[in-house]
Write a protein that binds this ligand. Structure first.
Ligand code: HSE
Length: 428
């Protein structure tokens, strides 16, 4: 029986999941890949910290050289997170002819090209299934089972924290700040929630998903990003009334020409499969030109689901290390369409002083900017300011922005309370 030794960089949540899976599923792993997979060194920052896993103390080191110079270690697994020194360690491990598995979405989204090129030049494998949607095997499925398709569209709920917050806001009618606080108290949300609630985490994942789906090098900085902090219970109520749920969607489209890459809160019809994905769950909805619509659903975070994806990658390398393949099909430099050129429907809620003629003035400004309206709702007459809610027909974002500027110049308009894009999930 052969043995493959791995060096683990990091022993946090994901590291302990990997350790426990390798131990608990030892027989399955041996049967499925023909080798025993053994963690032979673990790199940590603090050797004295008490950890919840039963790894022997002599496996730990705080010196990366111990892993780099150990010729018996064939695979380095990076689950330490952050950009540096993770990037440096991955490149040096490859330079030392070691295969690498990583779960580091921020790193792959921002430095993927450099890492893929290094892997290719050193003839080593680099796999990163856990970087997008945790335990959901979406990257390998796109790369392998869907290789005969042109992927035209991906739409994902790829951040569990924001999905939990939006689900709770919709169920209980409570505001964003209260749900965030409760989620932090329960340990569901980070104490610094910026990466999740401002959409950075989802944008990193979309960069990776889009690059693989569309066979393109995509620059993370060209992905449009908007978080969920401005979503209010009022907007969620209107959405429900109009037959929609609000979800933070990571959307990529490749319909010829420039591609669309955007992360933002989105109205999605209640009967769309993504609308019923609740709590911390993730889902990726995908349209291939041969396969049609597909949806993947599961846990996008946590020690065991994320560990499951990492262990799958380790075993993939073990099985293919003598006949390696490259897990990137980023062959083209594709340009991301500027947001102003994007076309979709919009929900726009405007606070106005309730006076005769205001609606007409606003409607004219929409018309002058070439934005066609599909419906208008006004509710309540008791307060001095009221919400006017507009749903537009398909419109160019640039025209919508122009209309918003012009509408703000109307005296009776108090504020644009919210603007949320609408995806109907069908070609129109
Ligand atoms: N913070 C992420 C989430 C999990 O909330 O989904 C790690 O990618």
């Amino acid at each position: 029986m052969g043995k493959v030794k791995i060096g683990l960089l990091g022993m946090g949540t994901v590291g302990s999941g990997i350790w426990n899976i390798l131990k608990t599923n030892r027989d399955e792993i041996l049967r499925n890949c023909g080798y025993e997979v053994e963690v032979s060194r673990i790199l940590v920052q603090n050797l004295n910290r008490k950890r919840d896993v039963d790894a022997p103390a002599d496996l730990y080191t705080d010196d990366f050289q111990d892993i780099l110079e150990d010729d018996e270690i064939e695979i380095v697994v990076e689950v330490m997170g952050g950009i540096e020194p993770a990037r440096e360690y991955i490149l040096r491990a490859m330079e030392a002819n070691k295969h690498v598995v990583s779960a580091n979405k921020a790193l792959i989204a921002s430095h993927g090209k450099e890492i893929f090129e290094k892997a290719k030049s050193k003839n080593v494998m680099f796999l990163y299934e856990a970087s997008v949607a945790g335990g959901i095997p979406v990257l390998s499925t796109i790369r392998e089972s869907l290789a005969g398709n042109k992927v035209e569209e991906v739409m994902g709920i790829v951040n569990g924290t924001t999905n939990y917050i939006l689900t709770k806001m919709a169920k209980d009618g409570v505001d964003f700040d209260s749900v965030l606080k409760e989620a932090q108290d329960k340990g569901y949300a980070e104490l610094d929630p910026t990466a999740d609630v401002e959409g950075y985490d989802a944008a990193h994942k979309l960069t990776i998903l889009g690059s693989l789906s569309f066979g393109a090098n995509i620059d993370f900085s060209s992905v449009y990003r908007e978080g969920i902090i401005n979503i209010t219970p009022t907007d969620i109520e209107y959405a429900k009334e109009l037959g929609y749920a609000i979800k933070l969607l990571a959307i990529g489209k490749d319909r010829g020409g420039d591609i669309e890459m955007r992360v933002h809160p989105t109205f999605i019809p209640l009967d769309h499969p993504l609308a019923s994905v609740g709590d911390v769950f993730n889902a990726v909805f995908l349209k291939g030109n041969a396969v049609g619509d597909l949806m993947f659903y599961g846990r996008g975070a946590g020690d065991m689901p994320t560990g499951s994806a990492v262990v799958g990658d380790i075993m993939d390398i073990v099985k293919n290390k003598d006949n390696i393949y490259y897990a990137s099909n980023s062959v083209d430099e594709k340009t991301v369409k500027p947001m102003e050129e994007t076309v979709c429907k919009y929900y726009i809620r405007i606070m106005v002083k309730d006076k005769p003629g205001v609606l007409g003035k606003i409607a004219s400004k929409f018309g002058e900017s070439n934005v066609s309206l599909s419906s208008v709702i006004q509710k309540g007459r008791k307060t001095p300011t009221v919400s006017l809610v507009f749903i537009t027909h398909n419109s160019k974002e640039g025209n919508i922005r122009k209309a918003m500027n012009n509408i703000l110049s109307i005296d009776e308009v108090v504020e644009i309370a919210n603007l949320i894009r609408v995806e109907n999930g069908v070609d129109e």
